[in-house]
Write a protein that binds this ligand. Structure first.
Ligand SMILES: [Zn+2]
Length: 424
């Protein structure tokens, strides 16, 4: 199957090229075959991209896709209380089938808003993996490893079952260590051994708020990153979710290593955690990428919204509008995300030979009137239903805002209602 995306404004995120070019893109099966002017070859399908913007699919580097039933549930709860009193008791009752439905709903939201790859950490993987396979979405999945002793061991065993059973080429696995505050030293050592045994990256929540940093310092008489260093975790590829409060000493410890920080600006604001000083991390050469977190706190999987927020927050806290550009923010949601997940040779930019994860944006009638700089317009207003077409691994999953997947939305709505009623 050859798809010709004709004459769009291409924002390739390829550093070797100009930021915006007007070109054709041709996909053959799952691969980008051609990018250039005036394609003359054969094709099976044509997508007219005139006056539209063609970008790499967005990458959400920290989320919990099974949490879609928690959307719009957090108001006035601090992180610790929210998790212990509200989230964890309900999560415990979710079945594999529930997880299939809740994950499916998140996948639909991602596809509609231009996200083609995710970094998920959650439970009940059987339901989630079924939803991934059926929809053909790309991602990295970490079975959440949490707790101590037998509790951890039970989850580790479950991860090993997942590892043996995963036959989906589009889903890579990670070692999803929940956090330092929900594990102990033994668990961390076991997590490190797992990463070594299976050659997998680590995905961990860390330093989400000041309370957590205080807890870890009291427990270990060390800063959180020092704990990871002491037990050998920093030698692995890693995505640190949040990293809202990292000291200079901690940044120096991760500098130059294959470790990325995934900032989740809206979740951090919603839970009253604070604002991460990612500009200082970027200055030190740390790869910073973007996440939504679960929708219980992030409230939307629409990464455009989070892009706009992270840009404005940095400009606000520094009282300096030059601290970050919209293009840098777009990198966080594309190529930086790909690097964080070890997928930069396959996705994150539009280049010949890479996998065809592509979105086509149609700036709406009103915004078009004022579009002098498309990058700014896309980063700050892209949440406003710009995504017209979404392609994952060469497969069109949404075209002209219409989902091309075999999903009965009404049935899904009813099932979600049933889950919410049951778990009230
Ligand atoms: Zn999270």
């Amino acid at each position: 199957m050859k798809i010709w995306i004709r004459n769009g404004y291409v924002i390739s995120m390829d550093e070797k090229k100009e930021i915006i070019t007007q070109e054709d893109i041709v996909i053959e099966n799952d691969i980008i075959l051609f990018i250039g002017k005036n394609y003359k070859g054969s094709y099976d399908k044509i997508i007219d991209a005139k006056d539209r913007y063609v970008l790499p699919g967005l990458i959400n580097c920290h989320t919990h896709l099974g949490m879609s039933i928690f959307k719009g549930t957090n108001d006035n709860y601090p992180l610790d209380k929210w998790l212990k009193e509200y989230i964890w008791p309900i999560e415990d009752q979710l079945t594999d089938e529930d997880m299939y439905d809740t994950t499916l709903l998140s996948i639909i939201e991602m596809i509609k808003t231009g996200t083609t790859c995710f970094n998920d950490m959650y439970y009940n993987w059987k339901g989630s993996m079924k939803a991934f396979s059926e929809t053909g979405i790309r991602g990295v999945y970490g079975r959440c490893l949490i707790g101590e002793k037998e509790e951890w061991d039970k989850r580790e065993k479950d991860f090993e079952e997942l590892y043996q059973s995963n036959k989906n080429d589009l889903i890579k696995l990670s070692i999803g260590i929940h956090s330092l505050y929900t594990t102990n030293i033994d668990s961390l050592i076991k997590g490190e051994h797992l990463a070594t045994k299976y050659h997998l990256p680590i995905h961990i929540h860390l330093s989400e708020n000041k309370e957590e940093v205080k807890t870890i310092k009291n427990r270990y008489q060390m800063e959180p990153i020092q704990v990871l260093e002491k037990y050998g975790l920093l030698k692995h590829k890693m995505v640190i979710a949040h990293g809202t409060f990292l000291s200079k000493k901690e940044i120096n410890l991760i500098k130059g290593k294959d470790i990325s920080i995934c900032t989740n600006p809206i979740s951090n604001l919603n839970l009253g955690c604070g604002i991460s000083d990612i500009s200082s991390y970027r200055k030190e050469g740390i790869n910073v990428c973007l996440g939504t977190d679960g929708v219980g706190s992030g409230n939307t999987l629409n990464l455009f919204y989070h892009m706009s927020m992270v840009d404005n927050l940095q400009k606000g806290i520094y009282q300096d509008p030059t601290i970050m550009s919209s293009y840098e923010v777009l990198k966080m949601a594309t190529i930086n995300g790909a690097k964080a997940l070890g997928l930069e040779n396959f996705i994150g930019s539009l280049e010949v030979g890479k996998n065809a994860d592509i979105i086509i944006l149609d700036i709406d009638e009103i915004d078009k009137c004022t579009t002098t700089n498309p990058i700014i317009q896309i980063v700050h207003n892209g949440w406003n239903n710009y995504v017209d077409t979404t392609i994952v691994n060469g497969k069109i999953v949404m075209e002209k805002k219409e989902l091309k997947m075999n999903i009965d939305i009404h049935k899904l709505q009813n099932k979600m209602k049933e889950i919410q009623e049951r778990l009230k």
